[in-house]
Design a protein around this ligand. Structure first.
Ligand SMILES: [Zn+2]
Length: 287
């Protein structure tokens, strides 16, 4: 097993502090998701095998981390996404253990900041129809909320996620806060629209001069998609828009040196991107 694959499969339940010049940020690992290569329909074998191998991964044994991120601000404890819950067995559902490793219980969380409502981000909000985070408000972009409440817009791939998204919205319906991306959701945390993967997907920019952008599912696998951004993910609602969002974000972070964190970037889930020989390359950024 490659070095990165091994790290992805052994990080469930871990917490890792990420430096920012704003609120304290910690990556929490819910576990990992095994993936079939068909999830990346455009991958060209050979080229893809080389890119995966260079990062210690194998296209015949694919898996991705499922990460959440904790923000500690004065009087607030905010969780970005809630992982997949325990519905798939032991590979996932370790968020509460990771939260404990960071010093907290589920009841301490005051705000749930959702990037989008696919199951691997939202199924971990609910257990047997009840909120796992009983004292938290659920923050969802208005467009994401509209999309999941409009099932006639869902193709068969998205329809697999609809019951999970609606169960989460239902469990928190008294405490759901809708927002338009582009503003400050709490001091030192700004929201930014990242449409395509889902219509209402958002990222959270944490910090000021040296921010980290929690970039949701713009990248599912940096080893493939930094070099080949056109290799989209099967679950992208609008693949062309997802590609434009991915290209714009990669341009921005290559130009500014800003770190990005992501739900599926190998734990601890943070990279920076640079240019080499006319192409984009990435490195893990654990500082
Ligand atoms: Zn995801």
């Amino acid at each position: 097993m490659g070095e990165t694959t091994e790290r992805i499969r052994s990080s469930g339940g871990q917490a890792f502090a990420i430096s920012t010049d704003g609120p304290k940020l910690t990556a929490l690992c819910d576990g990992y998701l095994d993936l079939d290569l068909s999830r990346f329909p455009a991958v060209v074998r050979g080229v893809g095998d080389g890119l995966a191998a260079a990062d210690g991964q194998d296209l015949d044994d694919l898996c991705v981390s499922v990460n959440c991120f904790l923000i500690e601000a004065p009087g607030r404890l905010c969780l970005i996404d809630a992982g997949d819950g325990s519905r798939r067995g032991a590979s996932l559902g370790h968020l509460r253990r990771a939260l404990k490793a960071a010093g907290y219980e589920a009841g301490d969380v005051t705000d749930l900041l959702m990037t989008h409502l696919h199951g691997d981000h939202a199924a971990g909000l609910v257990e047997a129809g009840r909120p796992i985070f009983p004292n938290a408000d659920l923050h969802v972009s208005a467009e994401e909320h509209r999309f999941w409440n409009t099932p006639e817009e869902h193709d068969p791939v998205q329809a697999t996620q609809t019951p999970l998204a609606l169960a989460a919205l239902d469990a928190y319906r008294e405490r759901t806060c809708l927002f338009e991306p582009g503003g400050e959701i709490l001091p030192g945390v700004r929201t930014t629209a990242l449409p395509g993967h889902t219509p209402g997907q958002v990222g959270y920019r944490i910090g000021n001069e040296k921010p980290v952008l929690v970039s949701a599912d713009v990248l599912h696998m940096p080893a493939l998609q930094v070099a080949r951004p056109e290799w989209g993910f099967l679950f992208d609602v609008d693949g062309a828009l997802a590609l434009r969002t991915r290209l714009a974000l990669l341009e921005e972070i290559a130009a500014t040196g800003m770190r990005i964190a992501g739900a599926h970037i190998p734990f601890p889930g943070t990279i920076r991107v640079g240019r080499r020989d006319g192409g984009l390359v990435f490195e893990t950024a654990v500082d």
